[in-house]
Design a protein around this ligand. Structure first.
Ligand SMILES: Nc1ncnc2c1ncn2[C@@H]1O[C@H](COP(=O)(O)OP(=O)(O)OP(=O)(O)O)[C@@H](O)[C@H]1O
Length: 320
């Protein structure tokens, strides 16, 4: 079955074309990451799926139900963590969960949900005193109530500490293993890569990429670095003459090159192997940041990516 399908889905707010002609199909059981910089149209899309916003044109179905005419059927079967969910400051975490259980006619116990989201010790505290991360954990718990067939989460890790993010990933995997489809938006690239089967990248209201991150990496050809350590560097290596190889530098007995593809990386390794004795190889993939920029060209945009993210290089030791 198809969990989410949009057909030419479009939303205009006055002059702003927030979502333009979006065609998306999410299969049952997928963990799908919906990526994009600030203002790309992610929340607007989610809001149209749940009928919080009416589309200007086009249509959407969620679990086979029309998102405008069969909203009740959708809300019964879907767990939602909307952007900027307001909690009732005077109610405790447990009371929030009890309300959700009643509304969804579910049989979850507040204790089990509190434990799942790491709030076992805070169930009787009023949410007015909760930190941002604790609010987010509780909101996630509320979305999980009633064993939904699909969970739709808008920026679910916003405010979570590293431990909370790790916990969140485990929760998503558990949900997916039990057959739940997961659709979540984010602008944090590594978070999406860590859990998603496929990603869609939005930019300026348009879907600019739709695939697995590995395949997107291959298509963009952003390649990556290869660092090879040799017993001694031969005089005239001529690496620049190899296809797809650039920026060669030598430091001591280490040779660094930038390669535009996996083939280029392999030819560098073969070339050096025939001319020198290799003692170590480190192959780095293009950073997620580079990949993202390749699709969104938003280097000057206002999105907020962690410094650590921008420095990320997914290096892999190939030979010790
Ligand atoms: N209610 C609204 N009225 C007017 N413009 C809106 C409204 N909601 C969204 N927009 C505009 O639509 C565009 C897409 O916004 P949206 O919130 O969908 O982006 P987003 O990808 O979710 O961004 P973020 O990561 O910052 O949450 C933006 O230009 C935004 O200003």
């Amino acid at each position: 079955m198809v969990a989410i399908e949009t057909t030419a889905l479009t939303k205009r707010f006055g002059e702003v074309l927030a979502v333009n002609d979006l065609n998306l199909r999410i299969e049952d059981g997928e963990i799908f990451g919906f990526l994009g910089p600030n203002g790309a149209g992610k929340s607007t899309t989610i809001n149209m799926l749940l009928d919080f916003h009416r589309p200007t044109a086009g249509a959407a179905t969620v679990l086979g139900y029309d998102s405008q005419t069969e909203t009740d059927a959708i809300r019964k079967r879907v767990g939602v963590l909307p952007e900027g969910l307001e909690l009732y400051e005077r109610l405790t975490a447990r009371e929030h969960l009890e309300l959700c259980v009643q509304m969804k006619n579910a049989d979850d116990t507040p204790e089990s949900v509190l434990a799942r989201v790491g709030l076992s010790d805070d169930g009787d505290r009023k949410t007015g005193g909760f930190s941002k991360g604790m609010r987010q954990r509780l909101s996630l718990g509320m979305a999980l109530i009633g064993d939904p067939e699909l969970i739709i989460l808008d920026e679910p890790t916003s405010g979570l500490d590293p431990n909370g993010i790790q916990h969140f990933r485990e929760l998503l995997r558990e949900e997916a293993e039990s057959g739940t489809t997961v659709f979540f938006s984010s602008h944090i690239l590594s978070e999406v890569e860590a859990v998603c089967d496929r990603v869609g990248i939005m930019n300026n209201g348009e879907l600019v990429a739709l695939d697995s991150i590995d395949t997107l990496r291959e298509h963009t050809g952003t390649g990556g670095e290869v660092e090879i350590t040799v017993e001694s560097v031969p005089d005239d290596l001529q690496l620049q003459s190899l296809d797809g190889v650039s920026n060669t530098t030598i430091e001591g007995n280490e040779i660094h090159t930038h390669c535009s593809s996996t083939d280029a990386k392999m030819s560098v390794i073969r070339h050096i192997d025939t001319n020198a004795t290799i003692t170590g190889i480190v192959v780095g993939e293009a950073s997620l940041e580079e990949l993202f920029n390749e699709y969104t060209d938003s280097r000057d945009g206002d999105r907020d990516v962690d410094d650590d993210e921008t420095k990320e290089k997914d290096k892999q030791e190939v030979i010790a």
